[in-house]
Design a protein around this ligand. Structure first.
Ligand code: SAM
Length: 229
């Protein structure tokens, strides 16, 4: 039984993709998608021995060694040209780490540029969207959900002929999430707003010149209030 978060990621992987799941841990996502008969070729990459062994065990236990190849490798080094990967999932890490994995893969030409990326950063969505924008990706779908009191964003991107120039605001809030304005999105940014207001109150009491920091946070508060209003 997949978590709600991974189940939603799985829904956003196109049927019969050749998938690379990077940072696969127990390979729960690949195993579930193959058992659902949605996929029959997955590379599960892991850089740490413990999770790599756990992934191998999980795949063996489910009798899926023909369909799921588990590789011990750093990021997209897990992918070979002959795999003909068409979709990549990188989930459950910080956005900066996901960005660094994509960047290293891009520089080593492990990404052909036509794969669909399904990314689920736990935090740091903005630097990830910055990278996607600079590298000519279009954000084709986004979702936001809550599970166990945590809010998760999912970003689906692919390179399209027409390049989209996302604004600073779209890269912070997510171009599609911004349009949808779902209750969970509102909840997330209400929380972010509160956090900044608390910091602001603390800074006002603190000794020394905090003017630059105060101005920055005030700017962010205005930005969030505009989106929520
Ligand atoms: N993707 C799963 C999920 O969403 O539930 C597992 C998330 S787990 C918190 C993150 C996993 O990414 C860990 O098992 C970690 O070893 C792996 N990881 C971190 N950096 C990595 C890298 N550069 N290459 C491959 N795996 C990596």
């Amino acid at each position: 039984q997949l978590s709600k978060r991974l189940a939603r990621v799985g829904e956003l992987v196109p049927e019969q993709s050749r998938l690379a799941d990077i940072g696969s841990d127990h390979a729960y996502l690949p195993v579930a998608l193959v058992l659902q008969k949605k996929l029959d070729f997955v590379v599960a990459g892991e850089v740490v021995t413990g999770p790599y062994e756990a992934a191998k065990k999980q795949v063996r236990k489910n009798g899926l060694t023909e369909q799921i190849i588990v590789r011990l490798a750093d990021g997209l080094d897990a992918v070979k040209e002959t795999d003909k990967i068409t979709a990549v999932t990188i989930c459950g890490m910080g956005g900066v780490l996901i960005r660094d994995i994509l960047d290293a893969g891009w520089n080593k030409q492990r990404l052909q540029g036509n794969e669909r990326l399904v990314l689920q950063p736990n935090i740091g969505e903005k630097p990830l969207r910055d990278w996607l924008t600079v590298h000519g990706y279009t954000i084709i779908e986004e979702d936001i959900l809550e599970e166990n009191n945590k809010i998760y964003e999912i970003i689906v991107a692919s390179r399209q002929e027409l390049r989209v120039a996302y604004s600073e605001k779209e890269r912070l809030f997510g171009p599609i999430l911004l349009k949808k304005q779902s209750p969970i999105f509102q909840k997330k940014w209400q929380g972010e707003l509160k956090q900044r207001e608390t910091i602001l109150a603390q800074l006002a009491k603190a000794a020394g010149d905090q003017q630059a920091r105060i101005q920055q946070i005030e700017k962010e508060i205005t930005e969030i209030e505009e989106v929520l209003s």
